[in-house]
Design a protein around this ligand. Structure first.
Ligand SMILES: *Cc1c(COP(=O)(O)O)cnc(C)c1O
Length: 365
């Protein structure tokens, strides 16, 4: 068996320790005589797995008691509809901040459910910056304000915590798509009304969607909102209104335990900073490559870069593959390259990428 350094944007690499433990427990979980995939979601074994996963996630993110943690399905794209269905309420209008592909897509979906006002956009810069909060123009009484705090495709991350109190609009609930940087850095949950993300970037297998939502936002779903997507219904059923993605929750739980062994979010953040500094530091010092995102808004998780001579792209990807470095091709809408270096990517993997890129530049430059 040989594993590659996997830079996929998602589904993405998982900690090897977690995969080994899952393999060991595949046929017989803790003497149950069956694997987790084969268990009833209502049996005491699985209920204990789900409860531990939720408790560990709450601890890692320091989720206050007045927030629910929901394990849902439908992915972040599903949430683009589920959020307005739940939160638009009688106000019928929400504000969106546009910083790249994902927030643009979220806005487009929301238009089907109510009025949408663009509070700020960095379209003019080609989505290479995040508009400063002081420039946001909120509408008078929006149901919520939507942000995507790490734009996975462009490689752009908010360099500040969204805090509407700073612009005198603390009453507006902030919604954040944190799919691709959840648990990579500390977040003050109390500043948000709702945080959500698909699990397949930084947490576990595809199929699980995490929603952290403040209690006062429950119970306002539109009459036609599907019951399985009504946050209040899901919360009251302890995320078991319908069968949850049990195996994905189990793996997520193992990843949460792994993360606690790494020193929690503060510990992993230190490693993530070191990884990002290593890669961006190399990119800044090598003429052969270029980056386009404003240096202040570079994502620690999704590093986008370009070869100055784009005719070498295919040769770069082929040589990288040969060197055991996988899935570096940028998203088709942006082009170039993207190295996703989520929590599970060790510094060693980033060092291997930098060594390869230096060598490739020396041979072709
Ligand atoms: C991956 C991603 C999505 C899409 O998630 P799905 O699980 O495919 O619905 C949405 N938003 C962001 C920020 C993402 O990284």
């Amino acid at each position: 068996m040989s594993r590659v350094w996997n830079f996929s944007a998602g589904p993405a690499a998982l900690p090897e320790e977690v995969l080994r433990q899952a393999a060991e427990e595949m046929l017989d979980w803790h003497g149950a005589g069956m694997g987790v995939m084969e268990m009833s979601h209502r049996g005491k074994e699985f209920v204990s797995i789900a409860e531990a996963a939720e408790a560990d996630l709450r601890e890692l993110m320091a989720v206050p008691d007045n927030y629910k943690v929901l394990f849902m399905q439908g992915g972040a794209i599903g949430e683009n509809a589920i959020i307005p269905l739940n939160l638009m309420g009688s106000k019928g209008r929400a504000d969106y901040v546009l910083t790249g592909s994902w927030s643009v897509k979220s806005r487009k979906e929301a238009l089907r459910y109510g009025d949408v006002h663009v509070a700020a956009t960095s379209e003019a810069s080609g989505y290479t910056t995040v508009p400063p909060m002081e420039s946001w123009q909120l509408s008078p009484d929006p149901a919520y304000l939507f942000t995507c705090t790490n734009e996975t495709i462009g490689g752009l991350e908010y360099p500040f915590e969204v805090d509407l109190a700073r612009i005198g609009r603390a009453e507006v609930p902030v919604v954040a798509d944190v799919s691709s940087h959840i648990l990579s850095r500390p977040v003050d949950v109390s500043k948000y009304g709702l945080l959500f993300g698909g699990a397949q970037k930084n947490i576990g297998p595809a199929g699980l969607t995490i929603v952290v939502v403040r209690d006062d936002l429950l119970g306002q779903a539109a009459p036609h909102c599907p019951s399985a997507f009504d946050y209040k219904t899901v919360a009251e059923a302890g995320s078991m209104y319908n069968t949850p993605p049990t195996y994905a929750i189990y793996i997520a739980g193992l990843v949460f335990q792994w993360l606690k062994r790494q020193g929690g979010v503060a510990g992993i953040e230190r490693r993530n900073i070191a990884k990002a500094e290593l890669l961006y530091g190399f990119l800044d010092g090598c003429e052969f490559y270029e980056t386009r995102v404003d240096a202040s808004c570079r994502s620690r998780m999704n590093v986008t870069f370009f070869l100055r001579d784009e005719s070498l792209n295919d040769a770069f990807l082929a040589a990288a593959k040969e060197a055991g470095l996988a899935q570096l091709k940028g998203h088709k809408s942006v082009g170039g390259m993207r190295a996703s270096i989520y929590n599970a990517m060790p510094l060693e993997g980033v060092q291997a990428l930098v060594d390869f890129m230096r060598d490739f530049a020396a041979r072709k430059g």
